[in-house]
Ligand binder design. Structure first.
Ligand code: ZN
Length: 148
């Protein structure tokens, strides 16, 4: 099995059995994302408290890359600080766009690296980033609220 097969397997596994499906009951952040190019949809709910992502869940429909990316993302951000998640957003963006950058939060063994193959397909980068863009929007909205 070569690396591409391994990556595909990770993506398909998360697509078939996504983690953190549903809705966070006590959510204070709720955000939707759409990728019209592919027809992907994501609805993200989070409980952000004391600067921490305490809980996160999602529902959605669309292609394997968009849904599995959301699943892997929720696993990686739960329990992390908002500051860490913002850095992770940047690093994942570099990864899927094929930009070389030093990564503080993503290591070679991470399932997040399964998505680096999409950098060869610019239209699929939008699929891989859908959940992450929704995440960033939700976090920024929450930070604005706290600043009021
Ligand atoms: Zn898609």
């Amino acid at each position: 099995m070569d690396l591409d097969d391994l990556y595909q397997e990770i993506i398909l596994e998360h697509y078939k059995e996504p983690k953190n499906q549903g809705r966070v009951d006590a959510a204070n952040v709720e955000v939707e994302g759409r990728n019209p190019f592919c027809g992907d949809e994501i609805k993200l709910t989070m409980l952000v408290k004391n600067g921490l992502i305490q809980d996160v869940k999602f529902t959605g429909s669309g292609c394997a890359i968009s849904q599995s990316s959301a699943s892997v993302m929720t696993e990686h951000i739960k329990g992390k600080t908002v500051a860490e998640v913002k850095e992770l957003f940047q690093e994942f963006g570099h990864l899927v766009r094929g930009e070389s950058h030093s990564h503080k939060h993503i290591n070679n063994m991470d399932e997040l690296t399964a998505f680096q193959g999409v950098s060869a397909y610019p239209t699929r980068v939008k699929c891989a980033m859908l959940a992450w863009n929704a995440l960033r929007e939700g976090i920024e909205r929450e930070l604005e609220k706290e600043g009021e």
